[in-house]
Design a protein around this ligand. Sequence first.
Ligand code: ATP
Ligand code: MN
Ligand code: MN
Length: 309
Amino acid sequence: KPAVGTAFRPGKVIVAGVTISSPDKVLWPAVGDRPAITKADLARYYEAAAERILPHVAHRPTSIIRAPDGITGDTFFQRHAMAGSNPRLKLIDVQARTPYVAAIDVGGLVAIGQSGGLELHPWGCAADQPEVPDQITFDLDPDEGLGFGDVIAAAKVVKVKLEALGLTPFVKTTGGKGLHVVVPIKADSRSRISWDQNKAFAKAVSEAIRVEAPDRFTTTLAKKARGGKIFIDYLRNGRMATAVAPWSPRARPGAGIAYPLSWGQVKAGLDPSAFNLWTYRTLLKKPDPWRDFRASAVSLKPALKKMGL
Ligand code: ATP
Ligand code: MN
Ligand code: MN
């Protein structure tokens, strides 16, 4: 069994027991005085952040954005396991032609990095229960021209609504332009709901928020409906839909990471670009505001009832 940890061999880098090929390949170019981020750097990031990432990714079907030549090259969204998938990734049969993949440990995460996997996009369910959602994501997408302050205000509206329904919402940056408000729900045999119910609930809550402030919110996917509004994207909540994982890097300039926040941080002055692959070591020293994420899950059934569903 290979030792966990980083070791150097002539011409080779081994991270968490995974050999990293082309370790010096640049994935994110240098920006000003911030150095380029290489494949070895990404592998070390996955190793360092594994404890924070794995609770949200391990044993979940996960799509991966791969950018084997870095963010300036071609990127593609990989839904299925590919021939030669690393044996450290678990294969999941969801009655599809090709199995899906999931990391189960730090070696799996590093193996994703080794394959040029820059972004982790898990489904809203566990691999052993692919028909049972266990979380709901409200993806807040600001129209161009809106400031981050508008996104912050929107997230608080969603929070209040969800709390009134007896749920415990969590919030994270996306490493991009918006915020995600995420609700853990129970998936045991007494609490389990269907994907249709999950999506209907997310839609109903989003519609209720739009009806209360139609000048601020839209629930229509079409870009032209967005004029100066926040699009509450509830479409993350169907079967096989994904949302970026907490702590996932983004294959975008700025090397942002999707960063779990406490609600207290969601206020004026919050700068989502501060959470990135250059600053993560400091971020990992802070307590985890999502530590109680899974423990906060409740059955969605009473909330469904309150929404008339
Ligand atoms: P931002 O804050 O910039 O909107 P985001 O991660 O929320 O970042 P979106 O475009 O709103 O980006 O997408 C929300 C989620 O939908 C993503 O996290 C991803 O999991 C999924 N998604 C987006 N685009 C695709 C795609 N082309 N194929 C599959 N899933 C996608
Ligand atoms: Mn979004
Ligand atoms: Mn979206």
